[in-house]
Design a protein around this ligand. Sequence first.
Ligand SMILES: [Zn+2]
Ligand SMILES: [Zn+2]
Length: 333
Amino acid sequence: MMSPDAALKRGGLALSETARALSTLAMMLSLAACGRFGVEGPGSPMQGAPVSGLEDRPEPDQASVLPRPTMHPADLPDVQEEIPVERKTMTEEGKVSLIIAILFDNNPYDERLTTAWGFSALVERGPHRVLFDTGGDGAILLSNMKTLGIDPGSIEAVVLSHAHKDHTGGLESLLALGLQPIVYVLPSFSSGFKAQVGEVTQVVEVAPGQVIMDGIFTTGEVVGEIPEQALVVTTEEGLVVITGCAHPGIDRMLQKARFMFGGPIRLAMGGFHLKSADDERVSHILRAFRDLGVESTAPCHCTGDRARGRFAAEYGEGFIQAGVGKVIVLPGG
Ligand SMILES: [Zn+2]
Ligand SMILES: [Zn+2]
């Protein structure tokens, strides 16, 4: 098992890689006033009305008792370091790096950012930036992006994992800025939602294995009571799979990703939907992770503290403490 840090440093890369990554994310932000947009059709996730029995539930008690991260100052050593613009997405060898920044999560990490129920992560691979999910609140999403120095205008595409508002709720504010990223949704999203977003920008119903950007793919719709898609990034050292809630089962979603794209799973991260799972279920998932050869993991959002503790114990150095503001850098992606 290679630790994430070891993986990050492999190939002679120094900690300043993290600084370069953060500098990559450090772009000037110009926020326009947020307003309502479009027509809200019945059943639209944007409307904000939770679907009875399906909406994710916050866990305020658990969220408030999570220990403060202790790694943060150490793994962000040279945040202020200036780097030449032309090198901003390249490693020493000139290979494209993969950078994943968690912009919205109910688990704390970077104390400057606001914690709220939901999930959103910015994926940067080479010159491309894809936003995976938008969190549950647009104002918080934009505020967190501003704090991290991320320009919303640099987002080329938005991929929505599933139709729950804690993953789609921030989209409205993003589009209200006048941005027109391509929005990738599941075919099963409501026609009202698709029509509403379609009034503003291009909406694409995903197909299995569809390319989002160079090296960035979707599994397509994984069927289940609540269907969902995962984002898959191919790297030289294996797959990076990001899930929003993993309602169809994190094991099933990882299996699908591996079946479709092959190779080891270098990193599995995001919401694993284990917050209400019993110990037996978590043990089953951990066995599946081992069987699938998942090398490192960064569970957050709806994984729940108990399951996160199990992953931490199982993975040791391969466990990445994730929360809002966590930036994961994978050189040579
Ligand atoms: Zn959900
Ligand atoms: Zn969720």
